[in-house]
Design a protein around this ligand. Sequence first.
Ligand SMILES: C[S@@+](CC[C@H](N)C(=O)[O-])C[C@H]1O[C@@H](n2cnc3c(N)ncnc32)[C@H](O)[C@@H]1O
Length: 327
Amino acid sequence: MNQEKRRWLKGFVFGFAPGLVVATAAKLDLFSHLKGPRNLEEIVKETGLSARPLRMILDALCALGLLKKERSFYFLSPDLDEFLGRGDIFSYEAYLSHGFNLVKGWLRLPEAISGGHPEPQGPDPEFFTHLTRGLLAVNWPEATELAGQLKSRGYQRLLDVGAGSCLWSAALLKELPSARAWAIDFPQVLDGSAQEIVRHLHLEDRFVFLPGNYWKISWGEGYDLIILGHICHSLGPEENVTLFKKARQSLARDGELVIIEFIPDEGRCSPLFPLIFALNMLLHTDSGDTYTASEYQDFLARAGLKISERLYLDQGHGSQVIVARPE
Ligand SMILES: C[S@@+](CC[C@H](N)C(=O)[O-])C[C@H]1O[C@@H](n2cnc3c(N)ncnc32)[C@H](O)[C@@H]1O
């Protein structure tokens, strides 16, 4: 019997557990107590948690490589200092604890695959407020990398649709001192997520928030850049065509539409993340999916746009960028 294959197959049964261990630590704010070495007794005192479960999760976090333990003192692995326990908007905790918001949906995977569509959820602003605060921290390096790649185009009027924390447009405004940005999202998301980053980066005077549902409110016109950051995967093909038509109408004649997305290879067998994410969309949206570059080309063509470029981000965990222009 092939031992390696045996181990690999067995590993799937507890495959869900590391994510939940880390999500629990983030949710309970354990990392902020582990910036310096602490023994179990001290952590019990600081957190008010019971010793037995605490010891178990701390040991598991050691085995997962997030903590170190020396002579019964636990501490955050030093190379994770810049990510965890920071207590600010760039801390990874919000994103890591988002696993709890996803897992309920994933338990319905068998029903979803065998034909019963999971109960329709519709966009939930509370879900998105939490998610986009987390996405800011994890995707900020990608956003600054993309802004560096795009800054020479000198955009002046930017529209960020489904802006979330506004990270993509905010990173660009930092590079384009005379540009302004408009951001559409639900009011709760703009208040609960975008406000903080925009203030943190001193961009209040250069952003106009357009609170509301992007299907319903007017987008305005004459933008030389429209950004769709991780929006298209939550929509079905026809909805994407409709969204691209709205974008086409709001773009200036020489404007560009930038789509940031998880894009599987044409054969749809790799990379893993866009394909797992397609299932995530099955579980959490009515008609979302991940789409190949050829599929985007088709949706865009039906909206009078064409792909002019594809950009690749070194920093990210799989986001790719499609740039499209009016035909
Ligand atoms: C996956 S998040 C992406 C956020 C951001 N663009 C990013 O890349 O981090 C999707 C965003 O679209 C927003 N959204 C979803 N449906 C919307 C709608 N119908 N109208 C306005 N915003 C919507 C959500 O509130 C959320 O902020």
